[in-house]
Design a protein around this ligand. Structure first.
Ligand code: NAG
Ligand code: NAG
Ligand code: NAG
Length: 497
């Protein structure tokens, strides 16, 4: 039956996974839970039931149009089940087709595949009045790309899931899809759809999952204000205009991905209302500053990704992100940010990935960063940071080459943290001068006394002054005691880890 497909709770799990590992797009296959069917029998399938004759003829036509004429040889399509058809009997022992799926998802998921040279979508689909799910994956991606037929707007009003993924569809999204008002899932990911997103889709007020990512859609984003929506992914298109402030009313959102479009204007304050949001990715647009402090209200957020929006002379708000205690990934690269890095960032104890590179951040690296014991990737390169690098030797080893501090105006390595020879990320970084001002690096060092500038490579056999390292171990063990219970707590709220 439906063992190969994922039900709605599973997409939430996938979204969580995507938030934790946001770099790779997840592959989502979704079907509504068919146990909710009103016409589902309480005690299994009857031996007497037969497929509704009109629906049977429709299935033959649909199968033939996709290049699966073999189905015509099956005397009763609901009884001669193949992977990719689901039926439910009514109280009169008549089977109705509730789900049709096509496409080779994986080696062990053998839905009928489409004939790439000839496959079409047959209007016979309109004769399946009980259809709840239509799923086509890589079906028309051959030599003759097809638009999404407008007649799909006339599919059963019971349709809850329409997935046309990676099919090579061209042309616009038909406005008629706005008639499918029972839809929970609308997934058109990975086609070549163009034109703007039809306003009529605002009528889909029950949607949980909307994915139009990886297309060529243009024009503005409709002002969705849909309180049921969990997932909204419009990334990798050519959408322009502003982010609608109405998105703040989609307060069930757990994933909002608008990355890699051409969006302008500022980030609406109203996004701070999305208290369930786990992933917010607005990267690679042309959004302008300032960074709204309201983002600090997104207390469920695991990933905040805003890189590649040049917000000339914006700053990181002082305590702006202090409330984001669940945050695992914070990416603010290449945004033209200036001013200091707030100490409060070091209070985000769940952080594993922190990218602040390619900005104009100045001042020193906050001491509080020493508390980020889960951090495995830190990019601070290409800024104007100065002063001592506050990390312990253990932290440097842990991050290895995932720590990037090069091209700053005056960072130095504080010998009180232990020696740093052999730590790649520190190559080219000088020891801080313990007595005087701690600005020693690269060309800048030439102006300061060369006698006091000791590059790491020349220090391999020396021990740091004991005077400086004496208090460090006690300090660290105190932090460890504090972190162990916190780590336990986090594990219990991260069921997927
Ligand atoms: C669907 O919606 C369009 C406009 O969005 C409308 O013209 C059409 O009559 C509707 N009905 C059907 C069955 O497609
Ligand atoms: C950092 O830069 C800002 C403006 O870009 C400047 O006002 C401030 O004095 C600088 N701070 C330091 C510590 O260099
Ligand atoms: C150093 O970083 C700045 C950004 O702060 C960048 O503009 C510049 O090109 C970088 N220099 C080198 C040599 O990479």
């Amino acid at each position: 039956m439906t063992t190969t497909l994922l039900s709605l709770p599973s997409i939430l799990a996938l979204v969580m996974l995507a938030a934790i590992m946001p770099c790779r797009a997840e592959f989502t296959v979704v079907l509504p839970d068919s146990s909710a069917l009103v016409d589902a029998p309480q005690n299994g399938f009857s031996n007497l039931a037969r497929t509704d004759p009109a629906e049977q003829r429709a299935v033959y036509e649909i199968m033939a149009a996709t290049g699966n004429a073999w189905a015509t040889a099956i005397p009763d399509v609901c009884r001669g089940r193949w992977h990719g058809i689901e039926c439910m009997p009514d109280r009169n022992d008549v089977y109705h087709v509730v789900s049709l799926s096509f496409g080779a998802l994986s080696d062990d998921t053998a839905f009928p595949t489409c004939d790439p040279a000839h496959a079409t979508l047959s209007p016979a689909l309109l004769h399946l009045p009980y259809l709840r799910s239509l799923f086509l994956y890589r079906c028309f991606s051959g030599d003759h790309p097809q638009p999404i037929p407008t007649f799909l707007g006339g599919l059963s009003p019971a349709l809850r899931s329409l997935v046309l993924r990676g099919n090579g569809h061209v042309g616009p999204i038909p406005a008629e899809l706005g008639n499918l008002t029972s839809l929970r899932v609308l997934d058109l990911h990975g086609n070549q759809l163009s034109s703007s997103i039809p306003e009529s889709l605002q009528r889909l007020t029950h949607l949980l999952f909307l994915d139009f990512s990886y297309n060529q859609l243009s024009g503005p984003i409709p002002s969705l204000r849909n309180p049921t929506l969990n997932v909204l992914d419009l990334s990798h298109n050519f959408l322009h205009g502003q982010i609608p402030a109405t998105f703040g009313q989609c307060d069930s959102l757990i994933k909002l991905d608008l990355s890699r479009n051409r969006l302008t204007g500022s980030i609406p304050d109203s996004l701070g209302n999305l208290a369930s949001l786990i992933l917010l990715d607005l990267s690679h647009n042309s959004l302008s500053g300032p960074l709204p402090t309201s983002l600090g209200k997104l207390i469920s957020l695991r990933a905040l990704i805003l890189n590649g929006n040049y917000m000339s002379s914006a700053t990181i708000p002082e305590d702006g992100f202090a409330g984001l205690k669940e945050l695992i990934t914070l990416v603010l690269s290449n945004m033209g940010l200036q001013g200091p890095i707030p100490e409060s960032i070091g209070g985000l104890l769940s952080l594993r990935v922190l990218h602040l590179d390619g900005n104009k951040l100045n001042g020193s690296i906050p001491q509080s960063f020493r508390r980020l014991e889960k951090l495995s990737e830190l990019k601070l390169n290409d800024n104007r940071l100065s002063g001592p690098i506050p990390f312990s030797r253990e932290m440097l080893w842990r991050m290895g080459s995932k720590l990037k501090v090069y091209n700053n105006s005056g960072l130095c390595y504080d010998a009180s943290n232990g020696r740093s020879e052999g730590i790649d990320s520190m190559s080219g970084i000088s020891y801080c001068e313990p007595q005087t001002k701690k600005v020693v690096v690269g060309a800048a060092s030439a102006s300061i006394s060369d006698r006091k500038t000791k590059h790491l490579s020349s220090r391999t056999n020396r021990r740091p002054p004991t005077r400086l390292s004496s208090h460090a171990p006690t300090h660290r063990s105190g932090i460890l005691r504090l972190l162990v219970p916190i780590a336990g707590l986090l594990l219990s709220v991260l069921p997927l880890l």
